[in-house]
Design a binder for this molecule. Structure first.
Ligand code: 6R9
Length: 572
């Protein structure tokens, strides 16, 4: 099969409307795409689904869904109908009111999207969870957010510690032969009989939308709240960065448990009325290429880990599939290695466009947007309406080519509005009430391209997932053999980083291979498979500060044979 070189990404919208240096772009202009420009009242679910169902796009496919057992498609009209039904089921069988939190804890399936859109129609804040979460992780999130209801499957039910969650009133189960009781609702049974009509709750731009929990280097995972106004940026970036147009078939490989799976796995594409592909099941290079061929995917958004794994699966495999529909490929989550861009250009005939943003930013911020010439290894430039800079620890802007904190000028539409239950933590992100400090370090070159260096703190990025060492350490300490634990990310060519744990054992416990295997399994079961350490090393004593904090940078220095740096705060 011969791969044709397609026209490069179009980037029309940005080119025609704004010169990339235009400093006069105003987010107010973006509002004109929505009727709330005049009414001031909005609802993401209306703008992303119902608006299209009530237009010429009525019979356009909104969602292609495929896994090992299912192969389905839904038009915008059908999405409206099924999400209305979901909203009616939630209304009838829960006490949820506007602003309450509903969690969705299940693998990708059409029902996940019905429930999520349905909840938004009621003005409920949705908290999506990875299906891989174990009991401890589920508990932390539900307890902190005081969630009143959860949509899940019978298989995952045992990981929800219902008795320990006083605020959790209703569990909606998506499955066959569900037995109902005063807390449990058979979601699908009621979906089938529910009315397909629902009047959406009209909201203000500061009303809640989604709550994504994310890990820091210390403390419990924190709840990052996004609001309705974020849709302005989801919409604009879907045009400028994803370059979505009417004819596109778009595939975002991310799960909604990760912010990429909501902002760009639901909102961005549907706000622009784009047909979207969702693939259930596990990662498999063949199935992925097959999906691109079968659905005729034109725009594809994935992550460096996935691209590296595809690269590892070899070039011969690529040639078995017709990938000529592709016209734009993008990446997010970790630094995109120039080597991967080179490989992508060779096999897909497109250079992968890197995009940088975070759970906290809610949408893309610094990007190789469609019409920007790529510099491999750089994250690109801030999109119009966003001001980025490298600042020192006092919030003073540094000149080009100087390393420092990657910061963003406060006030973009999709900026998080709260850390749930934790106003001090929220405030701690900002310097001089002007700069949002990302926790990443990097520099800007003289042409305004930004280059990533690493996390300022110790958060681990493993296979595209952000793991807080503190979370893993806390779980390790629950193991009866372990006295202390320190966890670091160790560079890995495929996964970006792997998790390495240093542990000291309790008195009388002997190190052994069996114990290592048992500890790995313990974290896997208790937290999540991706959070389990791949390497465990026993130590008599761990380096700590005088206040008792494990010094991960010292562990990292040991591991990588680097200088240990300032040890003045270290305990003797
Ligand atoms: C969307 C998302 C955010 C952190 C971020 C940074 C890293 C994301 C990146 C990147 C280098 C890129 N990161 N994109 N690093 N180049 N293009 O990833 O959100 O899970 O909150 O992670 O991921 O360190 O600070 P989140």
């Amino acid at each position: 099969m011969k791969l044709e070189v397609l026209p490069v990404v179009q980037g029309d919208y940005l080119l025609q409307n704004y010169d990339e240096t235009a400093a006069d772009f105003d987010w107010k202009d973006a509002e004109k795409a929505f009727s709330w420009h005049e009414t001031g009242r909005m609802n993401m679910a209306h703008e992303a689904v119902d608006r299209h169902a009530n237009s010429d796009r009525k019979n356009k496919i909104a969602l292609y869904y495929r896994d090992a057992n299912r192969n389905e498609s839904y038009t915008f009209h059908e999405m409206k109908k099924w999400s209305n039904k979901a909203a009616n089921v939630l209304k009838a069988h829960t006490n949820l009111e506007k602003g309450d939190r509903l969690f969705i804890f299940m693998p990708r399936s059409p029902e996940l999207y019905f429930a999520l859109i349905g909840a938004l129609k009621m003005g409920v804040i949705v908290g999506p969870l990875f299906e891989a979460f174990m009991e401890g992780a589920v508990y932390d999130r539900l307890v902190d957010s005081e969630a009143r209801a959860i949509v899940t499957t019978p298989e995952l039910l045992s990981r929800i510690p219902v008795d320990k969650l006083p605020h959790l009133e209703t569990i909606l189960l998506v499955g066959d032969n569900v037995e109902e009781d005063n807390k449990t609702v058979d979601f699908m049974k009621h979906m089938n009989t529910a009315s397909p009509y629902f009047k959406v709750e009209w909201l203000d731009k500061e009303d809640g939308l989604v709550l994504h929990y994310t890990s820091g280097s210390t403390g419990k995972p924190k709840g990052v709240l996004h609001v309705q106004e974020a849709m302005l940026q989801h919409y604009q970036t879907a045009k400028w960065v994803l370059d979505l147009n009417e004819q596109d078939i778009y595939w975002c490989t991310a799960d909604p448990g990760w912010v990429t799976g909501t902002s760009y796995g639901i909102f961005g594409p549907w706000l622009t009325g784009t047909t979207m592909v969702v693939l259930g099941g596990r990662f498999s290079p063949g199935a992925w290429y097959q999906a691109i061929e079968d659905f005729g995917v034109t725009v594809w958004y994935s992550a460096p880990t996935a691209f590296r794994m595809l690269m590892g699966a070899g070039d011969a495999l690529v040639k078995d599939y017709d990938l000529s529909s592709l016209r734009h490929v993008l990446s997010v989550g970790e630094p995109l290695n120039p080597e991967v861009i080179r490989w992508g250009a060779e096999v897909f005939h497109h250079r992968i466009h890197d995009t940088w943003w975070m759970t906290e930013t809610g949408a893309q911020m610094i990007c190789n947007y469609a019409c920007l010439p790529i510099r491999p290894g750089s994250m690109g430039k801030p999109i119009p309406g966003v001001t980025a800079a490298i600042v020192d620890d006092n919030g003073e802007v540094l000149p080009p080519n100087q390393m420092g904190n990657l910061a963003l000028k406060k006030g973009w539409p999709s900026m998080m509005r709260q850390i749930w239950n934790n106003p001090e933590k929220y405030q701690s992100y900002f310097l001089k009430n002007e700069w949002y400090v990302s926790g990443d370090s990097g520099y800007m070159d003289e042409d305004g391209y930004f280059w990533f260096q690493g996390r300022v703190d110790d958060v681990i990025m493993t296979s595209g997932e952000r793991v807080g060492p503190f979370e893993v350490e806390s779980k390790l300490l629950e193991h009866p053999a372990i006295l202390e634990a320190g966890v670091i990310g160790k560079p890995d060519p495929v996964r970006g980083e792997i998790i390495k744990a240093f542990v000291s054992l309790r008195e009388g416990v002997e190190p052994s291979e069996e114990l290592i295997a048992e500890i790995k399994q313990f974290v896997k079961k208790g937290l999540a498979a991706h959070a389990a350490p791949r390497e465990i090393e026993f130590k008599d004593k761990l380096p700590k500060t005088r206040s008792g904090k494990i010094m991960r940078r010292v562990l990292k220095a040991w591991e990588l044979d680097l200088p240990t740096g300032d040890l003045s705060t270290m305990d003797d």
